[in-house]
Design a binder for this molecule. Sequence first.
Ligand SMILES: Nc1ncnc2c1ncn2[C@@H]1O[C@H](COP(=O)(O)OP(=O)(O)OP(=O)(O)O)[C@@H](O)[C@H]1O
Length: 248
Amino acid sequence: MSQPLIAVEKVSKSFGGVRANSAVSITVEEGKITGLIGPNGSGKTTLFNSIVGYHPIDSGSIKFEGREISKLLVPQIARLGLLRTFQQTRIYAEMDCVQNMLISVPHRNATLTDMFRAYPAELQDEAEHLLEFVGLYQKRHLISGDLSFGQQKLLEFAMALMNKPKVLLLDEPTAGINPTLINGLIDRLKRANQEFGITLFVIEHNMRVVMNLAENIYCLAHGELLAEGHPEEIQNDQRVIDAYLGAH
Ligand SMILES: Nc1ncnc2c1ncn2[C@@H]1O[C@H](COP(=O)(O)OP(=O)(O)OP(=O)(O)O)[C@@H](O)[C@H]1O
């Protein structure tokens, strides 16, 4: 089997006395969609934060394309092509959608001087093309703070795509989005994976969404890895049902 795109091995992370991740090992295979589920406070976001370099880990190893990244900083990891989105959207509410798209590009190997130049026409075209991809083309010149929460999440997804990531970590992409937009978002996530070849690693509380999206799912409980498997295996795993699915 080829080497995984992301390999997390025995990663532990505590906050004071709280052991948020305890010897967690997972792999994310290139070109696939991998899911991460678990009850509130089970350590999912902590694992994402460790992978993207948001905080140092206490022990263990995190490799991206075979290279140890656990000592690198957020911008260094982002430049390798590993990006994340957040539970709460992080857009520039005063700017319109196109401006948000353009300002999100620095992760893509741009130099400081590039940032002070006018944005090249091809970047503008790319921004509009991706806004069309997520269904926001008609709203591209609207102030993003005026968009609905679901539309802001679509914008944030498009902003991440502007950076041409190899892998995108999505923290609850459908939280707070109405059911109609959720179906559209699932479709866009699948297309980003299939058409742009972006590997996705997705934290998701909505079981319908994660079972529909992911080929392989990990379940955390109390900071430890409880189970791993295909959606049907996870749905029928008694430990997962007891710890998590019973409540959903
Ligand atoms: N910066 C921090 N400082 C202190 N404790 C933290 C910090 N971040 C996370 N924790 C704690 O670590 C544990 C795991 O939290 P984490 O946010 O990773 O869980 P989660 O599975 O993502 O939860 P949710 O589904 O509610 O987002 C929790 O007990 C949380 O309170």
